[in-house]
Write a protein that binds this ligand. Structure first.
Ligand SMILES: Cc1cc2nc3c(=O)[nH]c(=O)nc-3n(C[C@H](O)[C@H](O)[C@H](O)COP(=O)(O)O)c2cc1C
Length: 207
């Protein structure tokens, strides 16, 4: 009997996506991983600027990441021990200067954004980076994987130097990817906050 697997609809993927903080110690199929990583490059980008890179750590290389950011001596009492089982860690990186350079081009120069990063009231590199992350998270969900985007906080520099990231890149955080352990989508304290009713935030015609 052949098993016909049906892809979930976009609405199902969007509704099902929750952060996962507990993973099975099981690798991700390389084709699936490739598909999920490539999804990040399907996000919109201001000026179609090409400023995103992904640092991908697989298998035993993830242990190097954890050595840097959560040394063994600090692991006791860590709230999400199953996070360390994630078989893949992805660090999305953005290069702000790519936007400055792009907006100095003749078709964008009139914006005045092609002079320096601090000319940007709204840093599009973080907007586009967020869209890339969301595309990746949804692609992971669509393929039955769990994912968590978490902050690097004061480890950004140490992670960058450990893995050779050029100094003009900013890490948006780290995305753990893998097969969810049963109950792996147990919500964090943040996710348990009462959900906002979108209707109260959608301001039609006037705020
Ligand atoms: C920019 C960003 C940073 C986040 N950082 C962390 C983090 O450091 N640790 C963590 O456990 N969750 C982190 N989260 C996950 C949020 O807590 C989570 O998305 C939120 O509570 C809503 O839950 P849901 O994504 O499962 O729907 C982060 C999410 C975003 C978008």
């Amino acid at each position: 009997v052949s098993e016909v697997s049906q892809s979930p609809s976009f609405a199902e993927v969007l509704a099902a996506r929750r952060m996962c903080r507990d993973f099975l110690d099981r690798p991700i199929d390389p084709d699936v991983l490739d598909r999920v990583l490539r999804a990040a490059f399907r996000g919109p980008a201001a000026g179609n600027t090409d400023a995103l890179d992904l640092l991908v750590l697989r298998g035993e290389h993830t242990a190097e990441y954890w050595e840097v950011t959560l040394p063994a001596a600090q692991r006791e009492g860590f709230r999400w021990p199953g996070l360390l089982a994630a078989p893949v860690l992805v660090v999305p990186l953005v290069r702000a200067d790519s936007y400055v350079e792009r907006y100095a081009a003749p078709d964008k120069a009139r914006t005045g954004l092609g002079t320096a990063q601090d000319a940007w009231g709204v840093p599009y590199w973080y907007i586009d980076g967020g869209a890339a992350v969301m595309a990746l998270l949804l692609a992971a969900e669509a393929d039955g994987l769990g994912a968590l985007l978490f902050g690097q906080f004061d480890h950004e520099q140490a992670v960058a130097s450990r893995f050779g990231v050029p100094s003009d890149r900013r890490a948006l955080g780290t995305i753990a990817l893998g097969h969810p352990a049963p109950g792996g989508r147990r919500p964090s304290a943040s996710a348990r906050r009462a959900p906002t009713d979108p209707a109260s935030r959608i301001h039609v015609e006037r705020w």
